[in-house]
Design a protein around this ligand. Structure first.
Ligand code: DQA
Length: 147
């Protein structure tokens, strides 16, 4: 089972953003935790981060040609307004789980809405690094239930 983790805009700055919202872990540390969990779950995991919306759209376009069974995505601020990323995710035939480090529902109103939600099986927000780990467990569970 191969899982792809997609990190969107500004998420390379984890560890240097507002610690009250985003803690102190860097993206590298978050990815390491995901690699550890992948070992435990006996799956493989790949990562992609970009600050360019078109690059994320093109990365999503290539997924159907790859041996990828599930996707975990934190699109950062694009979550709240990118219909281009929604349309790209909607092409996929594998489960997609949306995750957020912070509790977007307890923050500014514009963060309450995810325009990506229609293309996602579900979303997990507010648990910090654990949101990603829960997201990976969720997508693996979904893939197993499809077998
Ligand atoms: C975020 C929440 C978004 O609203 C914000 O724009 C981010 C990070 C999160 O992981 O909490 O950049 O996706």
């Amino acid at each position: 089972m191969n899982i792809l983790i997609l990190h969107g805009v500004n998420l390379n700055m984890f560890g240097r953003r507002d610690p009250a919202q985003y803690g102190v872990a860097t993206l590298r540390e978050i990815n390491s935790r995901l690699v550890e969990l992948a070992r435990e779950l006996k799956v493989t995991v790949g990562f992609f981060q970009t600050n360019h919306e078109g690059a994320l759209v093109e990365r999503i376009h290539s997924i159907p040609d790859e041996n990828v069974q599930g996707v975990v995505i934190n699109a950062g601020a694009w979550t709240h307004y990118s219909y281009a990323i929604l349309d790209a995710l909607a092409i996929l035939r594998v489960p997609v789980v949306e995750v957020h480090f912070s509790n977007v529902h307890a923050r500014e109103r514009f963060r309450h809405k995810s325009v990506l939600a229609p293309a996602c099986a579900g979303s997990i927000a507010g648990f910090g690094v654990e949101s990603y780990l829960l997201g990976m467990r969720a997508v693996c569970g979904l893939i197993s239930s499809l077998d």
